[in-house]
Structures are given as structure tokens and as C-alpha cells.
Design a protein around this ligand. Structure first.
Ligand code: LLP
Length: 385
């Protein structure tokens, strides 16, 4: 079986479970993103929600990317990691007053506003501080991203964004006050999108919206297409970097970009996903009547994606080269959904073997919980191990 390149002897010495990050891969990914986005002068705001590990955040900040935050906590983490406030965009359907104040006090780049109710509160808070809040309207483009139901966001009846039918009313209200400044529009249609077609539909919709707004005399300085570019969970060894080149080229081909207009993206998974691996030890191999279970010391408390989104993560036994057998790979949590994979082919597995759950750098460590009074996972990095 082809496996990732892991410093096995060093990993063996560490208590499991833990996250292991391949820093070289992250750096290479960032170089590709910068080169490909640079061709069109696109601005990249890393979606902090994917992974807010301080070391990962600083590596990304050092590379000059901006940040996309969805909470006050994320803004604080981004600032601490070295992202300049002027490169922070702040989205989220439920921004609390203190979070809005934090954004205003730090002069972040903009608030991606998701409803008229939120717009009014931002206006009030900005007015009380004698400030003007920079605002981008998050528009729900009514496009189905054809991804897992729990991570699609752009369809009509969705809590995210302002529906197209309500856009003019919201704009009217926005333009009437001098404590809000419209700087652009924002979209995000979903995550783990591996087919470019939904992005192409989004571009067509975005062009129409721009035309309509221009007809009303509104010119947009910024347009932000959110995140969503998927990664190849099935082939982490062959295809470790998301197809940024094709993606940006497709956007460039379709977008009717206005003179001087800035174009932004908020990738999360495609930046942080491939470089992270959850490493666990096999505690027991249980022979059932029809199945064989590999019971690990990691569960959905460390990586919830398989239980929550039926997500696939490639699993490799990195300490065995014996013949391949079939296992259900499960965790120790007292829930029947605590399964990482069914009928997984692994090199023969014994107690003490190390298993690698690949492509877990995005929405892995950050979604960990303490259910069953478990400890949050620790992390190690390839360059400091
Ligand atoms: N921008 C906005 C407004 C978002 O809501 C998201 C993700 C992103 C950017 C980043 O999207 P990405 O490039 O990572 O696809 N926990 C789920 C994914 C939830 C995504 C939520 N929003 C998972 O593990 O699959």
C-alpha cells in the first residue's frame, strides 16, 4: 500500500492520539496559492475556521495572506498570529455586539453582513463610536453546490446570506446611513466542492448582480467568492495540493471584472486540509462474527468529520507492511457513530500499531471536543519534531 511520508520512529515515541502537520507541504501549498492567485492579482483570506492552530496560523500569516474570521475568538487568534487587521474580513450570521465592537475597534477590512437585522445593529454600534463600518453584503446566490447537505450554504432557504429578492431593500437601507460604507459583495456556496460547475454558475450570477447594481449606479470595489474548493481525500499521496490553478483560471475566464475591482477568496480546507494527519494507536483488534474491528485510541472527539458528514479519510497503518486485511476502524467513544471507516483495507493490524487518518488538517483539530471527558488533542510539526 502506498503511504504518506512519515517520520515513523519519531512518531512511535509520542503518546497518541495527536495531530501531525507536514510543514513543508503547507509551505508548498501556500506557494502554489500565492503564485496562482498572483496571476490575476486575487487576494486570499485564509478561513481560520478550518484550522486555528497557532503555528499553522502564523505560517499562513507570514506568507502574507489575509484572514476570514467568523467570531470574535477567531479575530483575536488571527491578530495574535500576526494577520494585520486591515486584512481581516468578518462573516457569520450571528455576530454578537462585543464581536462587532472588536472588529470596529481594530479597524478590520470589512464585515460580511448576512441580514438586515445585523446591518442595523452594526450601524448602531458604529454610530455610537462615531465610526463608519465597512460592509460587504453576503448574497445568497441560490446555487446548489452539490456537496454534502450539512456543508451547502448557497441554496434559497438557508440561514446564510441575503436572498436575491431582498437585496434592493437592504441596499436602500444601507446607502441611507453615513455610518455604513458599502465596499462590495460576498458569496460562499458551500465546501468540499470538487467540480467547477457550481463555481461557474456562481460567476454567471455574480455578473448579473453586478450589472443590476451598476444600472442603479452602484459600483463595487470588492467582490469576494468565499471558499469551497475541495481537496482529494482519496489520493493524498498523489494529489496533495488542490487544483488552485484551474480554479482561479475558471474564475478569471468568467468574471466580468470591473476596472480596479479587487477580487477575494476565502479558502480554508484547500490550504490546511492536506498537511494534517491524525495519528492514533490501535488499542485492540476485535474479531466479530462477520467483521474485524480495529479499535483506536482516537475517536470522533479528535476527528468528527466521518461521524458528522459521512466524510472519507484515507486510513493507513504506517507501522505494518504485512498482508492487507479488511477492518472497520472505530474509536473508543460510547456512541455507535464513532466509526472512522467501514471495510477499510489496512496492512494487518495489531495492538500498538500507528494508524494515520489522512487529510485531517482542516476541520479536524479545531472541531475536537472533550466528550467523555477526553483531553483535547496535541499537535506536532514535521520541522520541529
Ligand atoms: N467562507 C465562508 C463564509 C465559509 O462559511 C467557509 C466555510 C469558508 C469560507 C471556507 O470554506 P472551505 O474553503 O474550507 O471550503 N466542517 C465542515 C466544513 C464547514 C465549512 C463552513 N464554512 C467539514 O468538515 O467539511
Amino acid at each position: 500500500m502506498i503511504k504518506g511520508n512519515f517520520p515513523i520512529e519519531k512518531l512511535k515515541a509520542l503518546p497518541t492520539p495527536f495531530y501531525y502537520y507536514d510543514v513543508e507541504l503547507l509551505k508548498e501549498t501556500l506557494n502554489v496559492v500565492k503564485t496562482e492567485a498572483g496571476k490575476y492579482n486575487y487576494r486570499i483570506h485564509y478561513a481560520v475556521k478550518a484550522n486555528a492552530n497557532p503555528r499553522i496560523l502564523s505560517l499562513i500569516a507570514e506568507n502574507g495572506l489575509g484572514a476570514d474570521c467568523v467570531s470574535g475568538g477567531e479575530i483575536q487568534a488571527a491578530l495574535k498570529a500576526g494577520f494585520p487587521a486591515r486584512k481581516i474580513v468578518f462573516a457569520g450570521v450571528g455576530k454578537a455586539d462585543w464581536e462587532i465592537e472588536l472588529g470596529l475597534d481594530n479597524n478590520i477590512f470589512c464585515f460580511n453582513v448576512e441580514s438586515v437585522a445585523e446591518l442595523r445593529v452594526i450601524r448602531e454600534i458604529a454610530a455610537s463610536k462615531g465610526k463608519v463600518a465597512p460592509v460587504a453584503l453576503r448574497i445568497n446566490p441560490e446555487i446548489d453546490a452539490h456537496t454534502h447537505a450539512k456543508i451547502t450554504t448557497g441554496t434559497k432557504e438557508n440561514k446564510f446570506g441575503i436572498n436575491l429578492g431582498q437585496l434592493n431593500g437592504v441596499l436602500k437601507e444601507l446607502l441611507e446611513t453615513n455610518h455604513l460604507k458599502l465596499i462590495g459583495i460576498h458569496f460562499h456556496i458551500g465546501s468540499q466542492i470538487t467540480d467547477l460547475a457550481p463555481f461557474q454558475s456562481l460567476l454567471i450570477r455574480a455578473n448579473e448582480i453586478q450589472d443590476d447594481l451598476e444600472a442603479q449606479g452602484i459600483r463595487l470595489e470588492n467582490i469576494n467568492f468565499g471558499g469551497g474548493l475541495g481537496i482529494d481525500y482519496y489520493h493524498p499521496n498523489h494529489l496533495p495540493i488542490a487544483p488552485f490553478g484551474n480554479y482561479f483560471a475558471a474564475i478569471h475566464q468568467l468574471l466580468k471584472r470591473r476596472d480596479g475591482q479587487e477580487v477575494r477568496f476565502e479558502p480554508g480546507r484547500s490550504i490546511a486540509g492536506p498537511c494534517g494527519t491524525l495519528i492514533a494507536r490501535t488499542l485492540y483488534v476485535k474479531e466479530g462474527e462477520t467483521k474485524r474491528f480495529a479499535i483506536l485510541d482516537a475517536g470522533f472527539t479528535e476527528l468528527i468529520r466521518p461521524a458528522m458528514y459521512d466524510a472519507y479519510h484515507r486510513i493507513e497503518n504506517i507501522t505494518s507492511n504485512e498482508e492487507v486485511e479488511t477492518y472497520d476502524v472505530v474509536g473508543p467513544i460510547c456512541e455507535s457513530s464513532d466509526v472512522f471507516g467501514k471495510d477499510v483495507e489496512l496492512n494487518k493490524t495489531r495492538r500498538g500499531d500507528l494508524l494515520a487518518l489522512r487529510s485531517a488538517g482542516a476541520y479536524g483539530e479545531i472541531m475536537a471536543s472533550q466528550y467523555n471527558c477526553r483531553k483535547l488533542p496535541v499537535s506536532y510539526f514535521s520541522d520541529t519534531l
